[in-house]
Design a protein around this ligand. Structure first.
Ligand code: PLP
Length: 413
């Protein structure tokens, strides 16, 4: 089927919640994907940080085929081996204590965190969760209430009660915002959607101290920055590498945890782990044998092939090379930031070539990169994100850098 046919069928029949780029993809191999007209793209977006082993990974494909032939889904009324193995592995990666809950998406994982926080604070009227401006926590009604961006809330009033936002990275603002109704603080260790903003170790340490002092839960949204992308399983483990004593009370997972299959999860530490119980929460598809097999296989490959280390090395290399490009073209590029393979590249304000269109510069640069054969992800007004598969090679990184350089040079003229 041609690209045009694929596009027109989707445009005619799918509710347009996404402003799609005019690219119809049919298959992929490693870090590359191909459109229906045969054009090859280097995919440094990986489905917004989701296809952690790239596309068509043969070992994931055969593990899935084998499991699909045995057992795809049974209800959580029963026990299955893949779910238990995955839960055991995630608890170990979180530090060895606590338990996990499985669901289907990042937003749903965060819902479980909100419910956990409300249950824990119920007796003391501590229902409120403080989050940060610029955050993104998902598209459910509570998710948009938690998200610190007005644009996601428009038209959906009244908002779910019990969420307030303070500037990201501002410990004092967080301290001042705490009220007798506050029960928890929720932050992303690295804000993804608003342009890749990293928490500092001091900020996370300060939040931990604040939570301990005021008897609040510290909740971390690891949906985008987690799952080895920064060099450790959780983003906070990279940021807090010099602070072995640091741990959140609970965190949410999603996106790449099952190598591209839909899975969300939360990890909750030992005192909280049994708060949610039969009748208080659940979901039909959480932790099915098929999706759990995909997650287990992905973790096995990432650990066996040293891909967390690869994320650190290639991430540093990409950031360093982009840094050099910035030094040569400050009129187009302003800053590169991030950790490991979660990289944001910020454009300089007022790039002449983008002045004619009203669309954000972040979208316009991503389109130019598309034309040149590279997939990246826009964020905020002026940032494009690189969120490549963790098994990206140096050769793939160099291919991406060459494309970025050619487009930046064109814009600089
Ligand atoms: C930090 C963060 N939390 C939550 C979500 C929501 O995840 P999902 O789209 O799987 O519901 C996202 C998605 O971009 C995210 O980046």
């Amino acid at each position: 089927m041609s690209s045009e046919k694929i596009k027109s069928r989707i445009d005619a029949h799918v509710i347009p919640t996404y402003a799609r780029f005019p690219i119809a993809l049919t298959h992929g191999e490693g870090c590359h994907v191909f459109d229906a007209d045969g054009k090859r793209y280097l995919d440094l977006g990986a489905g917004i940080a989701t296809a952690c082993l790239g596309h068509g990974h043969p070992e994931v494909a055969s593990a899935l085929a084998e499991q699909a032939g045995k057992l795809t889904h049974v209800s959580n009324l029963y026990y299955t081996e893949p779910q238990g193995l995955l839960a055991e592995k995630l608890v170990a990666l979180a530090g060895g204590n606590g338990k996990v809950f499985f669901c289907n998406s990042g937003a749903e994982a965060n819902e479980a965190l909100y419910k956990l926080a409300r249950l824990r604070g119920a007796d003391d009227g501590q229902f409120e969760i403080l989050t940060t401006l610029g955050s993104f926590h998902g598209r459910t009604l509570a998710g948009i209430a938690a998200t610190g961006q007005p644009k996601v809330k428009e038209g959906f009033a009244p908002a779910v009660e019990g969420f307030r936002h303070v500037p990201y990275g501002d410990l004092e603002a967080m301290r001042e915002a705490i009220s007798p109704a506050t029960g928890a603080i929720l932050v992303e260790p690295i804000q993804g959607e608003s342009g890749v903003n990293c928490a500092s170790p001091d900020y996370l340490l300060g939040l931990r101290e604040l939570c301990d002092e005021r008897n609040l839960l510290l909740l971390l949204d690891e949906v985008q920055c987690g799952h080895f992308r920064t060099g450790n399983f959780f983003g906070w483990q990279t940021i807090m590498a010099a602070h072995a004593e640091f741990a959140p009370d609970a965190c949410s997972m999603g996106k790449s945890i099952a190598a591209g299959l839909p899975m969300g999860a939360i990890w909750a530490s030992a005192p909280l782990q049994d708060l949610l119980g039969p009748g208080t929460h659940g979901t039909t598809f959480g932790g099915t044998p098929l999706v759990s097999t995909s997650a287990l296989k992905a973790i096995e490959i990432i650990e066996r092939d040293g891909l967390a280390q690869n994320a650190t090395e290639i991430g540093n290399y990409l950031a360093e090379q982009i840094g050099q490009l910035i030094a040569h073209h400050p009129n187009v590029l302003r800053e590169v930031r991030g950790l490991g393979l979660m990289i944001g590249v910020e454009l300089t304000e007022g790039v002449a070539a983008f002045a004619e269109s009203k669309r954000p510069a972040s979208v316009q640069i991503v389109e130019r990169l598309h034309t040149a054969g590279l997939l990246t992800i826009p964020a905020g007004a002026r940032v494009f994100r690189l969120l490549p598969p963790l098994n990206i090679s140096k050769q793939d990184a160099d291919e991406g850098l060459a494309i970025i350089e050619s487009v930046i040079k064109e814009l600089a003229q």
